[in-house]
Design a protein around this ligand. Sequence first.
Ligand code: ATP
Ligand code: MG
Length: 250
Amino acid sequence: MAPALAVEELTWRIGGRAIVDGVAFAAAPGELLAVIGPNGAGKTSLFNLISGLTRPDSGRILLGGRDVTRLAPHRRVRHGLGRTFQTSSVFPGLTVAENVQLAAQAAVSGPIGALAVWRRIGGPARDRAADALERTRLAHRARALAGALSHGEKRKLELAILLAAGPSVILLDEPMAGMAVEEVPDLSELIRQVHRDGATILMVEHHIEVVLGLAERIAVLHHGALLACDRPAAVVDDPAVREAYLGEPL
Ligand SMILES: Nc1ncnc2c1ncn2[C@@H]1O[C@H](COP(=O)(O)OP(=O)(O)OP(=O)(O)O)[C@@H](O)[C@H]1O
Ligand SMILES: [Mg+2]
């Protein structure tokens, strides 16, 4: 079976500097792969390339065996790709339910179509949205304004928005960023459940205990290059990885 996601010798340069430098790895269908690395290692840049926000200078990106390197971001979404961003990206003036319904409708009719019809969003999109709210345990907050949510709830809402589009390959960029420690296990459990439900997940995360608790393999980026991609135990023991985190606990 083709990998759910594969990147081949992916390189992205700015001003002569390789921000992402010949990165190659593949995620099997249903795998949860964590992407770690020191600040500025190129993790978000890698996600931007995979989701199509930026174009690589060389290399290829394959979704389910299909080359999507030249496809626009929304076309990649149609091929089952979904992502969250490192900083919050919800509409604060809309309710929780409206945010998720808009995402569900966009999956059906495209982003512009969703905005055009959003006051009368149809049944299938409503059902998908309700399902996404149930899965993220946000149904009881459906009528709250997104802007009034706690930070942890906003992060769950981002996951609900993502799930509403029904993606099969999910990129999570620091889903726990800025969360209170007591909120971390809850979101961690939600991600575990999304993974159990069959999604392939790539997750950038600095909380190493979350990474070790969830990831089947860990890819380590350093100065844009892939330093290791292996089982958690092997990565933790890798001298090159320890060297990259010099001074920082892994
Ligand atoms: N559009 C851009 N223009 C110039 N430099 C950029 C751009 N995007 C990223 N960089 C640089 O590329 C490097 C990698 O950035 P990136 O955001 O991908 O790192 P990261 O691993 O996600 O870091 P963090 O853990 O802090 O989120 C950094 O040095 C950053 O300053
Ligand atoms: Mg980043």
